[in-house]
Design a protein around this ligand. Sequence first.
Ligand code: 2U9
Length: 354
Amino acid sequence: MDDLKSKWLGLIGEAADEATLEDLRVQAVGKKGEVSLKMRELGKMTPEERQTAGPALNALKDEINSALAAKKTALADAALDERLKAEWLDVTLPARDRRVGTIHPVSQVWEECTAIFADMGFAVAEGPQVETDWYNFDALNIPGHHPARAEMDTFYMHRAEGDNRPPHVLRTHTSPVQIRAMEAGGAPTRIICPGRVYRADYDQTHTPMFHQVEGLAIDRDISMANLKWVLEEFFSAYFGTKVKTRFRASHFPFTEPSAEVDIQCSWEGGTVKVGEGDDWLEVLGSGMVHPKVLQAGGVDPSEWQGFAFGMGIDRIAMLKYGIPDLRAFFDSDLRWLRHYGFSALQVPTLRGGV
Ligand code: 2U9
């Protein structure tokens, strides 16, 4: 028995890792281990022999189990010491750079416009950016020979020879969305259509892709007076100060009568201030929807009438933030955004600071 004891306690003492220790446990006190086999032999012994061998084997088993547990703890402690020695952290290293981003000013203004018009009961309508020339031109009273088609510097989609589908264009305004909305929902209606539009033009105040928000209100007795109220409400909310508007007679194929709308402003030292002074700044086009356009949208012009307007989101964003070159919106980086006061992770400010 003493031989057994010194053999197993010796081996346990020398074990270098947990796997060896587990092997030793199985070989010594496992089901078919040496000590367990010896215990099975107790049955063959005389009662006298059993009386001394039984307790001695039990004591040996307990001692081996205790030695296994103690060695296991010692091995774990040693492993932890090794790790603590090997792994360390230099808390004096500089921190990693944070990735910064911000919601683009045009997106902020887009959302702000949507929120202001929503307050006045306008729902948002959206539509495709690739349109048929019927929705983009004909339905808006701009037939094939009309000079406005050429003026709009339209991007035409490529058509393979033998492709008989109607010509498709990148929409030059969001007006086709209103035609589709009238077709789908009829009258009365009150919608705005914010979205991307495309024209082949590039200079300080034009980019080939820009953003518009157009509005349409149709009912039985809508007038230009309603249009003026809606626009003054909008500009006052957007610029955060009472803004007067001036309507000048104009011409668009899709509205009759038509008006270009200016907002009150002042020029001081080369910067424009909206809502004060004696100057005027042109910001949008508008008018009463032409009967032919109502008809194209499936709305009966003898029963319904309405106003429509269109403005450039980028343009009113430039005005609010004093940005002189439209191109800066689309090929600039965060340094430029910070210069104009757009901080990282800024969320759009809705009306009333909501
Ligand atoms: C329907 C009927 C009429 C929308 C209108 C304008 C006048 C206009 C320009 C402003 C600056 C485009 O972004 S811009 O270059 N827009 O002058 N837009 S009336 O008239 C509509 C629209 C849809 C069914």
